[in-house]
Design a protein around this ligand. Sequence first.
Ligand SMILES: *[C@@H]1O[C@H](CO)[C@@H](O)[C@H](O)[C@H]1NC(C)=O
Ligand SMILES: *[C@@H]1O[C@H](CO)[C@@H](O)[C@H](O)[C@H]1NC(C)=O
Ligand SMILES: *[C@@H]1O[C@H](CO)[C@@H](O)[C@H](O)[C@H]1NC(C)=O
Ligand SMILES: *[C@@H]1O[C@H](CO)[C@@H](O)[C@H](O)[C@H]1NC(C)=O
Ligand SMILES: *[C@@H]1O[C@H](CO)[C@@H](O)[C@H](O)[C@H]1NC(C)=O
Ligand SMILES: *[C@@H]1O[C@H](CO)[C@@H](O)[C@H](O)[C@H]1NC(C)=O
Length: 336
Amino acid sequence: METPTISLFCLSLFLFAATLMPPSVSVCNAHDKAVLLKIKEELGNPYALTTWQSGSDCCKGWYAVKCNTTTHRITEILVQYDDNLSGQIPAAVGDLPYLELLFFHKLPKLTGTIPETVAKLKYLQMLWITWTNITGPLPAIIGKIKSLTYINLAFNNLTGPIPPSLSSLPNLDYLDISRNKLTGSIPPSFGSFQSKDFSLRLSHNQLSGQIPSSLGDAALDAVDLSRNMLTGDASFLFGKNKSVLSYVDLSRNMLSFDFSNVEFNPTKLQYIDLNHNGIYGKLPEGLTELPNLQFLNVSYNMLCGRIPVGGRLQSFDQYNYLHNKCLCGNPLPVCK
Ligand SMILES: *[C@@H]1O[C@H](CO)[C@@H](O)[C@H](O)[C@H]1NC(C)=O
Ligand SMILES: *[C@@H]1O[C@H](CO)[C@@H](O)[C@H](O)[C@H]1NC(C)=O
Ligand SMILES: *[C@@H]1O[C@H](CO)[C@@H](O)[C@H](O)[C@H]1NC(C)=O
Ligand SMILES: *[C@@H]1O[C@H](CO)[C@@H](O)[C@H](O)[C@H]1NC(C)=O
Ligand SMILES: *[C@@H]1O[C@H](CO)[C@@H](O)[C@H](O)[C@H]1NC(C)=O
Ligand SMILES: *[C@@H]1O[C@H](CO)[C@@H](O)[C@H](O)[C@H]1NC(C)=O
């Protein structure tokens, strides 16, 4: 009669094994965990990632990551405000297939380039890398991540041209690549953004050439092209048609066009900054018909004639009108 002995032996073996098991079963996906540990290693095992330990559950208590509670796959990496963290963005981030948010902010020692492996992230919605020291080009391959709705790469040291492919992202409604060292011109393809109220921020770069007139076809809510070296016309950014347009900053460029007959849609327009350009002609009467206008600065241009009376125009002080060719009237001195 051997059977009872064997089952007793099995039972005791089972009980022994049970005491060795951790109190709760790890739910974190094993592949994602291995990738995160590789990322930690590639970043030189930084102090900030001390909680990332192979013996623990990456969905519980790991700093800067989030899991989907059903699938236990990693959906977010969010690292910010760390002066110690140094090195490059690990190429392994591309191996977290369910990542929706990749967020690095205020990491002055983060260097290197944006790894092209991000293009493998087919559920990525938000690519947010701001205030770091990353360099190199904006990879054109980002235009393949069709799930992207939001790109913010402001305050880095990116160089080279803006890839036209970004406008082929069907769900994108926010693009901020301001405060880099980008060169070349604004791609004409940027008129084909499909969002119904797009926010486009390209300021503080070294962009040159004319603003493509196709940009007049995009439903822009906010457009900031300030502090570049753009030339020529920009009147097509305005118009009776522009019912979503609320914010326009074109200041400190080399734009040159006749402002006299520009029309506006009065529904949303709140902010117009055109200072430091070569804009000529008169201030259009339509400016008096913008009930929501909170800011207007046309100083340092080549404008002439009487400032139209009405709307908010007399509520702005003279510094918003000074240094033109021959603007006059309230709040500037009376016309002769
Ligand atoms: C988690 O993943 C499942 C399956 O893909 C999905 O249906 C669900 O919406 C996700 N949950 C969250 C909070 O994203
Ligand atoms: C940076 O390193 C210092 C010294 O090693 C440490 O005291 C500090 O907590 C670290 N800061 C972060 C955000 O990791
Ligand atoms: C880039 O690094 C320099 C020092 O190497 C630092 O002064 C600067 O703040 C960093 N830039 C950003 C945006 O963190
Ligand atoms: C980024 O640009 C800043 C300011 O121009 C400069 O101080 C810093 O050294 C640059 N960083 C790199 C990594 O090139
Ligand atoms: C107004 O907008 C529509 C649709 O975006 C466009 O087809 C049309 O050409 C625009 N008209 C003017 C005068 O810009
Ligand atoms: C308008 O722009 C000029 C030139 O840059 C500047 O001096 C002035 O302060 C600006 N006005 C406001 C209200 O910002």
